[in-house]
Design a protein around this ligand. Structure first.
Ligand SMILES: Cc1cc2nc3c(=O)[nH]c(=O)nc-3n(C[C@H](O)[C@H](O)[C@H](O)COP(=O)(O)OP(=O)(O)OC[C@H]3O[C@@H](n4cnc5c(N)ncnc54)[C@H](O)[C@@H]3O)c2cc1C
Ligand code: FES
Length: 285
């Protein structure tokens, strides 16, 4: 078990950009020094609702990109789907407004030391952390293919500059409004075989991650995924975000996905537990 990300700090950060892109808002915050510690896979926890709000829980967002601009300070970017009260409040804030945020939090995607062939798979706004990852992998000499899926075209987040960092981009939508009609999992086996993929990195809804993991297991491909369990504190205190994981010693333990994740080895997750504690879990009997 790990502790909170040792590089995390709490800052009051000004919104420097807030643009609607399809079904999402691309938001940029001036975060100062902490930008240089953010790695692909890490997330940020943002206080929502203002000082007198009853929304006491921070909301977690995957870090899309972070830049250290030297003396000009650092920038941190996220992609937000206005959904419930907290995310809608956040996307309604204007440039110049300041929010209270903690970052970088959680684990990051593991980066290979050798130039290997990687497949990045994102569902909806789950594509956000994958573009920063693809830049890092490209710089290591890896071939990077990407598959993005969503229910409809408006929910595909694929900015032009992000597309430049991948060798191929395949898009699937369930309603066929763009790309191939179907789900990301329909195209994965073909791409894995044709491009001789060594590792899959994924981010998106839990059902999608589980389906990807099954394909990875069948085809013998390593799978790292960024899980999205509901989080309350985001810093390892409340145990809301626990997920059953089988450790190297064979024991199943409930681990906190906010500090031992969100990036985990897909083959170690006990999928389909539906927020129940699986039988045989360490400490449960
Ligand atoms: C690691 C991670 C990364 C994420 N990345 C993104 C992203 O990049 N973009 C994006 O749009 N969204 C992202 N989300 C989802 C985001 O954090 C919010 O959950 C989502 O925006 C809905 O929040 P809301 O305020 O709109 O909804 P509301 O309904 O107002 O609030 C939902 C809140 O309730 C909490 N909650 C839900 N179930 C429980 C429970 N059983 N016990 C306690 N608390 C609970 C949630 O954690 C959340 O804080 C991410 C979530 C996680 C965990
Ligand atoms: S969200 Fe509180 S322990 Fe993970």
């Amino acid at each position: 078990m790990m502790g909170i990300n040792k590089n995390a700090s709490q800052v009051i950060a000004e919104i420097v950009s807030n643009k609607k892109v399809g079904a999402y808002h691309h938001m940029v915050f001036a975060v100062g020094e902490l930008a240089k510690f953010a790695k692909p896979g890490n997330f940020v926890a943002i206080a929502v609702g203002g000082e007198s709000s009853s929304m006491v829980l921070r909301r977690a967002f995957a870090i899309y990109r972070a830049f250290d601009r030297g003396t000009n300070g650092g920038l941190l970017e996220i992609v937000v789907a206005p959904h419930g009260a907290g995310s809608t409040w956040l996307t309604n804030q204007s440039v110049g407004f300041k929010v209270d945020l903690i970052a970088p939090l959680g684990t990051a995607f593991g980066i290979p030391t050798e130039p290997i062939r990687a497949l990045l798979v994102g569902g909806g706004y789950g594509s956000a952390p994958l573009f920063g990852l693809s830049e890092v992998l490209k710089n290591r000499g890896c071939r990077v293919d990407m598959v993005l899926g969503a229910s409809t075209a408006m929910k595909i987040y694929a900015p032009l500059d992000g597309k430049r960092s991948v060798s191929s981009l395949t898009i699937t939508t369930e309603d066929g409004t763009t790309g191939i009609t179907g789900k990301v999992t329909d195209v994965l086996p073909g791409i894995i075989e044709t491009n001789q993929i060594d590792i899959i990195y994924s981010c998106g809804p839990m059902g999608m991650l589980e389906a990807i993991n099954q394909i990875a297991a069948e085809l013998g491909v390593v799978h790292q995924c960024a899980v999205e369990e509901a989080m309350a504190c985001g810093i390892g205190v409340c145990m809301t975000c626990v997920l059953p994981i089988r450790g190297e010693d064979g024991e199943i333990r409930m681990v906190r996905s906010c500090i031992d994740g969100p990036v985990v080895d897909g083959s170690s997750v006990i999928w389909g537990s539906k927020r129940q504690i699986p039988e045989g879990t360490w400490g449960a009997n």
